[in-house]
Write a protein that binds this ligand. Structure first.
Ligand SMILES: Nc1ncnc2c1ncn2[C@@H]1O[C@H](COP(=O)(O)OP(=O)(O)O)[C@@H](O)[C@H]1O
Ligand SMILES: [Mg+2]
Length: 215
């Protein structure tokens, strides 16, 4: 008899300030309380190389990377992340929860920076070696809500907005619209209403995982 135990690769997407990281932490805690092996990671910056790339990608610079260089740096981070961490974790039957993954490049570099989607898709496939998440949670909220939350987070933590957070409202709107569009294209997406309370969002996500028989 084979013993069935749940394991999944779940990615969290959405505009900055939508509540991804908060939900991810709560879900990670929930799974750990159930006794599961879980790795929580993020893009950019999950791997050692990625941490250096994250600094380059997010810092406000007088000479920022051009859109194409930006995309390639994200894909380099992703390739290293998949090859050295995500695949080995999944092989060990560990849950992997990633704060952003391949769909961020479609939303930010595709819809945001206007790089043709087919080019982003090709590079995503190359970097991930074809690995797809079991489930991708899109935490969705209006950009006004995310902006107010980011302002609160920045004042509480005395942090400054990064290069993407400094983008204008139409950029964030294009990113949000793209996420909602892609959610309609594939059954691996689940859109979660990010204006709900954190505890309600956690309950909704657990229910969705149960509905999909992941949990
Ligand atoms: N559901 C929620 N309701 C109200 N505030 C929230 C909610 N989720 C997150 N926040 C707050 O909004 C800010 C941004 O959340 P965070 O999880 O860091 O978003 P992201 O990772 O998507 O940028 C934080 O200060 C967080 O405490
Ligand atoms: Mg975050």
């Amino acid at each position: 008899m084979t013993i069935w135990f749940p394991m999944a690769f779940i990615t969290f997407e959405g505009i900055d300030g939508s509540g991804k990281s908060s939900l991810l932490k709560n879900f990670d805690l929930h799974l750990k309380n159930l006794g599961f092996a879980v790795e929580m990671t993020r893009e950019p910056g999950g791997s050692e190389l990625g941490r250096e790339l994250r600094t380059i990608l997010l810092k406000n610079s007088k000479t920022p990377p051009c859109a194409e260089a930006e995309l390639l740096l994200y894909e380099a981070d992703r390739a290293q992340h998949v090859a050295t961490l995500i695949k080995p974790w999944l092989e060990k039957k560990t849950w992997v929860l990633s704060d952003r993954f391949m769909d961020s490049s479609l939303a930010f570099q595709g819809a945001g920076r206007k790089i043709p989607f087919e080019k982003v898709r090709w590079l995503n496939e190359f970097a991930t070696q074809g690995l797809l998440p079991t489930l991708t949670v899109i935490v969705d909220c209006p950009i006004e809500v995310s902006m107010a939350r980011r302002a609160k987070r920045e004042s509480e933590a005395s942090t400054k907005p990064d290069r993407f957070e400094n983008e204008v409202a139409p950029f964030h709107q294009a990113v949000r619209d793209e996420y909602l569009k892609m959610a309609k294209t594939h059954s691996r997406f689940y859109v979660l209403d990010g204006t709900k309370s954190q505890s309600t969002m956690l309950e909704d996500l657990i229910q969705e995982c149960q509905r999909r028989k992941i949990l």
